[in-house]
Design a protein around this ligand. Sequence first.
Ligand SMILES: [Cu+2]
Length: 116
Amino acid sequence: MKRRLFAALLIGSAAGGVVRLAAQPSNEVSVAASKFEFTPETVKGKVGQPLTFVLTSFDRIHGFKMPEFGVRADIVPDQETRVTITPTQAGSFVFFCDIFCGDGHEEMSGTLVVEA
Ligand SMILES: [Cu+2]
């Protein structure tokens, strides 16, 4: 609920601005990794809008990989790991754990939904 309000404020202030800065600030989304899921599992983005994943882990080291964007990172417990991408086309893109973390590892994935 809080997050939704914040997003609405951001959109409101962007629309009210007279000049748009050349470099768009990154939108940030917090994603928590744990055996064997990412929370939230679905993340939304927009074409041309940089998006920073702020990744944390509750239990052990996990991986974060998005092949379409050529990025990967280790998610280390008690650390914030930041991965920034800029979608260039609409669609659904998968991200997944690429460090074996146990029996459910193969299912540990999420989706970035990019809207035009
Ligand atoms: Cu894993």
